[in-house]
Design a protein around this ligand. Structure first.
Ligand SMILES: [Zn+2]
Length: 355
């Protein structure tokens, strides 16, 4: 049920292991990402805005030292290097979109850590710019506080809501009723935190292998900093549409897509890798929840894709199927597949936490 797979824009990562990063290289790389890298367009604009804001503030040396210590702690605790390796081994070049930015940031980070080990004072006039650049990267991509702050500001300004339209075309249903149904059954931040509209489309949509009940339209890694207004859930004409429970299952599944490792606007990048790794590991374990949609329909539908691409789509759909079961059949899932239940509980918890 439902589907969502966008090809992640792929930019070959330039190998610069031997060369030292200079301030000029750093700016050049940022420019390159802005034109065609893994995180592009509006998402990065926000990041650059934030960088500019921070640069303007010109932080005090004590603040720089504190942030640097924090960055080192986060890198150490996040298992990020191990996760990059794991995801590259599992998904090959499909992982590029997920790991590109982090690998890039780690290059400068590692250089500075090495210099520090060799007794270089990173905070003196000669080195301060690079240290500040690294800390800016930390705040933009790694710092939970930055993601929370962005969401907190947006919630204060816009509240938590979404457009709900077209449902009057289902017999016995209307938009107000759907809104009530959704708000009665889902946490508001889960429901609206990264979804701007729920729309009913009164036509059948069929694929090779299955009918599409719902679709998650998201911006993937481009939209990770904020809710842009373009995150849509579309529901298509479907058997059993008039059944409230069926509608809630479909909604739950699609909301799950909006809250995954690519689309969530609550998670720093290193957490997204950990999230994808945990879902991938569940998908590879024999005691996992079996869904014929994930196990049979997806490989069949995407039979001309590479095994790694199919596996990635399976991971995306496995997560959404787990969310659906957690929301609608939570007691059964907890009793029969505790690990899957806890996986959803953990990452859902981060998405609905008050920013
Ligand atoms: Zn789906």
């Amino acid at each position: 049920m439902g589907n969502k797979f966008e090809q992640i824009p792929q930019e070959p990562v330039e190998e610069k292991e031997e060369k030292k990063v200079t301030r000029r290289d750093f700016l050049k790389t940022m420019g390159k990402i802005a034109v065609g890298g893994a995180i592009i367009a509006s998402g990065l604009d926000k990041g650059v805005e934030a960088l500019a804001e921070q640069e303007k503030k010109d932080p005090k040396i004590e603040q720089i030292k504190e942030d640097w210590t924090e960055f080192k702690q986060v890198v150490k605790e996040s298992k990020v290097r191990d996760n990059i390796k794991f995801l590259e081994q599992t998904y090959g070049s499909i992982a590029d979109g997920m790991v590109f930015q982090l690998k890039n940031n780690l290059q400068l980070f590692d250089q500075l850590v090495n210099e520090e080990k060799n007794g270089v004072d990173l905070t003196n006039e000669k080195n301060k710019d690079l240290l500040k650049a690294s800390i800016e990267e930390y705040h933009t991509y790694w710092d939970q506080g930055f993601f929370d702050e962005t969401v907190r500001k947006a919630e204060n300004k816009e509240g938590l809501s979404a457009k709900i339209e077209g449902f009057e075309r289902i017999e016995g249903m209307d938009n107000e009723k759907v809104q009530e149904l959704l708000e009665d059954n889902f946490n508001k931040r889960w429901l609206y935190g990264n979804t701007s509209s729920f729309e009913y489309v009164d036509e059948l949509k069929s694929r090779k292998t299955f009918d599409v009940a719902g679709e998650a339209h998201t911006e993937g890694l481009v939209g990770i900093f904020y809710k842009s207004g373009k995150e849509k859930i579309k529901i298509y004409k479907n058997e059993g549409m008039k059944d409230e429970e069926r509608l809630l299952e479909i909604m739950s599944h699609e909301i799950g897509h909006h809250q995954d490792w690519e689309n969530s606007n609550r998670l720093p990048l290193q957490d997204r890798l950990q999230f994808l790794r945990e879902v991938t590991e569940r998908l590879g374990s024999s005691d996992r929840f079996h869904s014929s949609y994930v196990e049979i329909d997806i490989p069949c539908e995407y039979s001309d894709y590479s095994p790694q691409e199919i596996k990635y789509i399976q991971a995306i759909e496995y997560w959404a199927v787990m969310v659906e079961n957690y929301d609608r059949h939570g007691e059964d899932l907890k009793k029969n597949k505790l690990e899957d239940y806890e996986l959803v509980d953990k990452w859902r918890g981060k998405a609905i936490k008050k920013p």
